[in-house]
Design a protein around this ligand. Structure first.
Ligand code: PA5
Length: 425
């Protein structure tokens, strides 16, 4: 619902006439996207995943690990956040940990706390060369050796055709899932990269793909018919009108990681050529008691995206005769959370701060498939409107090379890192 992002006589936002003109550009962008999908062009191919992924193969790959109740997913950025979004939201029966950062204190604590005997390891790196991932894996492998666990029996890899990780898998005959061609890391949630951890956690990955597939089937050349494009178009239109910050604020603890995933998707895809919104992660209702003050009364350089499920498990608030609290009795925590959501929406609208409402039926596999696919399509559409190269990440690659070089692991020396600091966009 983009109603609160549109201008009226009294309020700023995107004028309806401007939206109609933008819709013509959306039609052209859709043609480009459709042609890219038809030709399986790098990046656009991500939008074909609902029909190209083989969920059976993913299930078969994780089946040998079904005696494990803990997963260490060793990967960073796009090789962590899609899977984490799914398992953080939905996994009940297993613990899934995402070893993305290389903070030694955190890794030490984690490895000393978990039972490595019943732990499976998924090492995920599209390039197979990312220093953080490979370093963390070497540490995990050593910890397993020290605990007398045969790591070769407990590890599978998810990687591209070549690279250090592929070599390691070949050398030790480890099970390997392929990262599909044409799918950049941050667009890989619906591929082997995101779905293997979900399958390990016994989630219904077919339902994730079905939810995504429904959105895929409905992509059309108009933002008025395609909610995903409406979102991509409105973020772009608001950005060029001064809303350079986009606060993603789900009203569900289970969607907290989704906001993190979206922040990566948007920032790494659209932050180019001096363009792109700054994504901010927020959580309702918690951040009503912190960031909301700034959103409403601080600089008017923002939009807020409010996300919620229409259905959720609920809990009644007990009746009380405590003075002043009787209004709570008879309501549920869900009623209160919805009231908080609607109050925030109204409060932002009243302060002329553009906001968008995204609703999914519920936080389940199908709903998450719809949401992830929609935001990917929205981001790709926005990339067309900005006219940036959505599927590359030169600044990220520069950092990777520089870090390797500083440790003596490549052609990139410290002096180069300093010299080139200003060259990258
Ligand atoms: O979206 C991207 O390309 C990045 O965030 C990568 O996913 C991240 O840098 C990890 O790369 P790799 O999977 O090659 O280890």
């Amino acid at each position: 619902d983009i109603g609160n992002a549109l201008a009226s006589e009294a309020t700023p936002g995107v004028p309806e006439g401007a939206l109609d003109r933008l819709d013509r550009r959306v039609a052209d962008a859709h043609d480009t996207i459709a042609a890219g999908r038809a030709a399986s062009t790098h990046g656009y191919e991500s939008l074909n995943l609902p029909s190209t992924v083989d969920p059976e193969a993913i299930r078969a790959a994780v089946a040998p690990f079904d005696d494990c109740d803990t997963l260490l997913n060793v990967g960073i950025g796009g090789s962590a956040l899609g899977a984490a979004t799914l398992t953080d939201a939905l996994a009940d029966d297993v613990e899934a940990y995402y070893l993305d950062n290389v903070d030694p204190e955190w890794i030490e604590d984690l490895l000393s706390e978990i039972d490595l005997e019943s732990t499976a390891v998924n090492v995920v790196s599209r390039s197979g060369t990312t220093a953080e991932t490979l370093a963390n894996f070497l540490v995990v492998r050593e910890a397993m050796d020290d605990a007398g666990v045969d790591w070769t029996e407990r590890t599978w890899v998810t990687t591209g055709e070549a690279g250090n990780l592929r070599n390691l898998a070949d050398q030790h005959d480890l099970p390997a899932l392929d990262v599909p061609d044409g799918v950049p890391g941050r667009f890989s949630a619906l591929s082997t990269v995101g779905l293997a951890a979900a399958a390990f956690a016994d989630l219904d990955i077919e339902a994730v793909l079905a939810g995504a597939g429904e959105v895929a089937d409905d992509l059309s050349g108009s933002l008025y018919d395609t909610p995903a494009y409406a979102y991509g178009a409105i973020t772009y239109a608001l950005d060029v009108r001064g809303a350079g910050v986009n606060a993603m604020m789900p009203y569900a603890e289970s969607l907290e990681t989704f906001a993190e995933w979206y922040a990566q998707l948007s920032a790494e895809s659209l932050g180019k050529d001096g363009l792109g919104q700054t994504p901010v992660r927020a959580l309702g209702a918690t951040d009503q008691h912190s960031q909301l003050q700034l959103y409403r009364a601080g600089p008017h350089d923002k939009m807020v995206t409010l996300v919620r499920p229409e259905e959720r498990a609920d809990r009644a608030i007990p009746e009380t005769d405590l003075e002043g609290l009787s209004y709570l009795g008879g309501s549920t925590l869900g009623d209160l959370l919805d009231a908080e959501f609607e109050a925030t929406e109204a409060s932002l609208a009243q302060a002329d701060l553009p906001n968008v409402r995204i609703e999914i039926d519920e936080v389940d596999e199908r709903g998450l498939g719809e949401l992830l696919y929609s935001m990917e399509a929205a981001t790709i559409l926005a990339g067309e409107l900005y006219d940036v190269d959505t599927f590359v990440q030169p600044a990220v690659e520069w950092g990777k090379k520089a870090a390797r070089g500083l440790l003596g692991g490549g052609e990139f020396e410290e002096a180069d890192a300093v010299d080139q600091k200003t060259e990258l966009v």
